[in-house]
Write a protein that binds this ligand. Sequence first.
Ligand code: 3HC
Length: 289
Amino acid sequence: MMSSINRGLKVAIVGAGTMGRGIVQVLAQTEDVTSIIWKGRSLKSIHSAFSDLEVQLGRLVAKKRIAAEEASRFIRKIVATEDYADLTDAQCIIEAVSENMDAKRDVFVSLAKVTSPDTILASNTSSLSITELASLTANPANVVGLHFFNPAPVMKLTEVIAGLTTSQCTLNWALDFARKLGKDPVVVNEAPGFIVNRMLIPMINEAIGILAESVATAEEIDKAMTLGANHPIGPLALADLIGNDVNLSIMETLHSETGDPKYRAHPLLRKMVRANLLGRKTGFGFFKY
Ligand code: 3HC
């Protein structure tokens, strides 16, 4: 097991959704990460994620934050694949698939078959059990939570989550790694929703309740929280940024893991998901995009 981060780190990432794309951008922009293997569900999904990444880097070039040749160099670090076998020699693999235990379980079982017990396996889960994911692998001590925030290239925090079996060495490695990525990490002992989502998602759920009871419009609710609590965006705009499928899944985890009725998902949140009004990613949520 690696105790420090060597130069020329090879990192793999599984998942090409909102978080996977953001994390790949963070990895690509980190000098110490020299090689990135990006696994999506299909080459098609990865290629669309690649185009998105090119657009994001193009924006940075247009703003003169990075040079055009740097953007090309970042892109060249990345190799796309749909095959788990290509992830074998990565030193660290970050799982960033849907916030769903079955989906994550499939990934960890597949990774256990192709990786050595030395590989650090990190999950970007927003609320699920690192201990459970670790139990599916050959070396649970090397499994850790590495929870990024959306948009990953912008948000400074990474929650580094210790499961019951995570070793101190792995935790230290993950903290060091998060700092190399330019993040300012906090350590969290595994608990549903960790720190941020345990507070943030119930707040969003409450905002949905205020909307459903017609206490105020979506615009007024968001205005109240931006001007009254100095939040950068209102809770409903944030719901749309995170994705209502993710919001629902986190509420369900908080509820089922604790049994506490205060975490009951609001029926309107459920309806929004059933209607595919997921937010920015589907073009419609509490607001239109
Ligand atoms: N990807 C990359 N960069 C982005 C981006 C994206 N998706 N969206 C915005 N940015 C960048 C912009 O390019 C801009 O960069 P610059 O300052 O270098 O030019 C910067 O962010 C600010 O963007 P804008 O000026 O366009 O817009 P805002 O001032 O409104 O800022 C925001 C956008 C940073 C997203 C701000 O609205 C914000 O902080 N919102 C709250 C975000 C938040 O709370 N995230 C956590 C969600 S919870 C979570 O992720 C956990 C999960 O498990 C659910």
